[in-house]
Design a protein around this ligand. Structure first.
Ligand SMILES: [Zn+2]
Length: 198
């Protein structure tokens, strides 16, 4: 088991209080990413200026520690893409749910896009088109457990076991087998998280 550590945008108002403790964890061998960090202007639980400050600081930590940043981006695409453009570093846009234009901007900046169970939802045609076209070396998939359980478990608590359903959906979209997809994504994950080395 490996960890990503970071202060989520929903808790960005506590960033100052948590910063030292979180930062100290970044040098642990099994901490392989800073995350989830980012901006959520949809729920908007925390003032946006506080979200931006916490996000930018932690993006800088990811870069200075040589860690990937796992980014939560909701209703804040322009702001997140702008920050990634300025801060650089190794970036995963987790649970990618934005449109094709945002995807191509993110890919141009070197981001990896990670897809979750919502690619199986009936109304997700646009998202499926994005997932079909992402270059194979920029692709991850994830559960986002306990949220976003794939069909036919939508609405229930998500489980790591349901990752198989997400892999099957993604493989069928991309016209490859699940083992082929898994092999490719394992290489991508290792390149981002360096867990082969620990
Ligand atoms: Zn998230």
């Amino acid at each position: 088991v490996y960890a990503a550590v970071g202060v989520h945008p929903h808790r960005a108002d506590q960033f100052e209080a948590e910063a030292d403790r979180v930062k100290a964890l970044l040098s642990q061998a099994k901490v392989v990413a800073v995350g989830e960090i980012g901006l959520d202007y949809y729920r908007d639980y925390v003032r946006q200026d506080l979200q931006v400050a916490a996000f930018r600081t932690q993006l800088g930590w990811a870069r200075s520690h040589g860690l990937a940043a796992c980014i939560h981006m909701r209703a804040a695409d322009t702001e997140v893409i702008g920050a990634v453009r300025e801060e650089g570093g190794s970036v995963v846009l987790h649970c990618f749910s934005s449109d094709a234009a945002v995807a191509s901007e993110a890919l141009a900046l070197g981001c990896t896009l990670s897809f979750a169970g919502n690619i199986t939802f009936p109304n997700a045609e646009q998202l499926r088109a994005v997932a079909t076209n992402v270059p194979g070396d920029r692709l991850l998939f994830e559960t986002d457990s306990p949220l976003l359980a794939p069909q036919p478990w939508r609405g229930r608590r998500n489980e790591p076991a349901y990752l198989v359903a997400i892999a099957e959906a993604l493989a069928s979209l991309r016209g490859c087998s699940v083992p082929e997809l898994a092999a490719k994504v394992a290489i991508n994950a290792d390149r981002l998280f360096h867990w082969g080395a620990t």
